[in-house]
Design a protein around this ligand. Structure first.
Ligand code: KIV
Ligand code: NA
Length: 276
């Protein structure tokens, strides 16, 4: 397995090969997704919602991110691991931003970081890239700004905000980002961003024109029964399958059907059998 690098992703784009990215937050899922062949694993700050049970990404800390980035990296051989910079880890000062981005690589083991925002973040991105840390940009619906955006909705729906987003994309490219996540924008605008910048675009709710796609793996797998947004295609219904399996286990234990003899040890076996 050759590790996916920024130059491999550039090559994929030039070949017209679509880039695949999914979120991962732990060792076993990262291993599974990596073995399935996904190009990039995002330890998203959606960690806050999906794994930690917060109602936004704002409470997620650097320590939370590092804990999960380390676990994901231990399970990953081929995919590039991208770590989200959590809220307030890069907005306060450029110095703090570089330091925290560095921690996600040095302590966490990630290969790149992602942060939200456009032109206003250009100098921050430049400083992080100068330190030798690859950066992914994130435009459109940026969940860390939910209190400013006034909720989770499609962004840049008029020409003026569309122009701002195009300027943001150009500013991020000029600042040195190697890829751009575009979240919840009209597909026509995503197409214009793709024409405006040379770096790969990775869409989520941004239509088919992007160079790659990203989804929250729990949405794609149907791991939860709650709300999933329109753009999140459910490729499996694991919530139902897991629930059925657990209900079966409960029933078999209560009815004393499990463990049957084949799942038990005889005194004579214990000397011979290797358990793990
Ligand atoms: O945190 C996350 O999962 C993300 C993706 C939705 C792009 O930022
Ligand atoms: Na995120």
């Amino acid at each position: 397995h050759n590790k996916i690098t920024t130059s491999v992703l550039r090559q994929y784009k030039s070949e017209g090969r679509a880039i695949t990215m999914l979120t991962a937050y732990d060792y076993s899922m990262a291993k599974l997704l990596d073995e399935a062949g996904v190009d990039m694993l995002l330890v998203g700050d959606s960690l806050g919602n999906v794994i930690l049970g917060y109602d936004s990404t704002l409470p997620v800390t650097m320590e939370d991110m590092l804990h999960h980035v380390k676990a994901v990296c231990r399970g990953t051989k081929r995919a590039m691991v991208v770590a989200d910079m959590p809220f307030m880890s890069y907005q306060v000062s450029i110095k703090k931003a570089v330091k925290n981005a560095g921690r996600l690589l040095q302590e966490g083991g990630a290969q790149a970081v992602k942060l939200e925002g456009g032109t206003a973040m250009a100098d921050t991105v430049k400083a992080i890239v100068t330190a030798g840390i690859p950066v992914v940009g994130h435009l459109g619906l940026t969940p860390q700004s939910v209190n400013q955006l006034g909720g989770f909705k499609v962004q840049a729906r008029d020409e003026q905000t569309a122009q701002t987003l195009l300027d943001d994309a150009r500013a991020l490219e000029a600042a040195g980002t190697f890829a751009l996540v575009l979240e919840c924008i009209p597909d026509g605008l995503a197409r214009r961003v793709c024409e405006a910048v040379a770096i790969p675009t990775i869409g989520i709710g941004a239509g088919a024109a992007c160079d790659g796609q990203v989804l929250v793996s729990h949405d794609l797998l149907g791991l939860h029964s709650g709300f999933t947004p329109k753009f999140a295609k459910k490729y499996a219904n694991l919530h139902q399958e897991i629930k059925a399996a657990v209900e079966m286990y409960i029933k078999e234990v209560q009815e004393r059907q499990f463990p049957a003899p084949e799942y038990s040890f005889k005194m004579a076996d214990t000397m011979l059998e290797k358990l793990y």
